[in-house]
Ligand binder design. Sequence first.
Ligand code: ZN
Length: 462
Amino acid sequence: MSSRSVAVQAIEAAIGRVREDKMSRLEKLANEIKYVIADFCGPNDVKNLSLTGPVMYTVIKPRETEMSTKHVINTIGIDLLPLAVARHRAQRTGWRISGYNQGPDKMDRDINRFIDEYLRPGLVPRSAITYNFNFTAAQDILEFHNAAVYYARTLAEKAVKCGPRAIRKDSGRYSALQGSRRMEVPDYVLNISPTEDKRFKEAMYIFETACALFPDELSASLPMRSVMVRFFRSFAPWVNQQVRCIQSMLENHLYFMVSVDNSMAVKLRGQPTWGPGRSMLSRFVIRQDLATIYRLDVGANLLEHLQVVEAQRGILQRYREESWLPIQDEAWLLRNPHTNNWSLEVDHIANKYRESDEGPMAAWYRTLLDRNIDDVVLNGSESIVACETCLTKWGFVFWDCQKLDWHSDNRLVSYEQMAILATGVSVDNIDLRRNTWGRGRGLCDCERPWSERFERSSGYYC
Ligand SMILES: [Zn+2]
């Protein structure tokens, strides 16, 4: 007899022994009422409820998948579900913690299969009835979603204050300089719009999926480079930049939280405890899943946990420091077949990765053209796009057009204008890489408030 048959018989026998006068009030309720109660609970609570005894088990267990799936869809929403499934399946490979279990060639094949299954067709929203989650899968998906929502909001709210124009708060009112006068800041600049919030959430999911599939240094090496390019080409190039921003913002946030803990230690004991280096934090956020980081962060156990990781010397050594595609934009650009140079025309990208708002695409395109095209139309926004560190803190590729326009005083030109400038223009490999390098490590006093530098160059200060 199978173990399942034995279990079923044991439950039936247990139910037979349950006396109605010994039942709890919950167990005595009609099944329809029990289902209504279960609908208000998360998967973990329903699972625990089913384990309280044979009565609840027999009511809940047959509807496990239906209940869990409904809860996931109601919480996450159908649009985000393909990415939620991809993130969940990527994490379940175990590569993030245990490392790759095969050589590069076989891993390349496995990750290609993953992309085929979960990213290519999976990014097209499917009907709700095609999804099925058991309690355990639902719990993992919801725990991650909870953390992703928290960090999407936290990182967006920090970034929105780091734009080129300084925003000052006096007596609850927000103002900024316009010429020599102080003007009230519009709500659309201060608030995170639904489309911006969605971008932050999606980027959190893609960031975590990338960390789970490409955790090791090995994954960035030549045998596996093409599959990493293929993964990121499932998304737009500005999404690659969003993932880069997310990692940097998350590191900065954790660094800040650890600094707060250390400030407390100085107050209490007169000296700081230990603090992590930047390189350690880069590797840590690639190794550690977001739900755990969230628990450590809100539970104020982050510093303690990082000390434990530090004590396990070498544990982070094999991890990458970058979650994004390091060669940046070339993976999306086309080469001119005659000259072999990179074309700066990107209509094929704009058509393939359509966005509801032009902001992220235009912001990304402006950085691509920077230094590659010298034109008076672009000169007005040079000071804005000159430094990738400042752009990253601001999260330049997340914002809607109207927010970008306000911060740049309408000097970030439209996609259409840039497309005209780029018509027929191509650059060779060396120039493209040198110009990208220049943006990443340009002459910028990043420690000084960006707004101060920007306003002086723009004439905001009279
Ligand atoms: Zn800078």
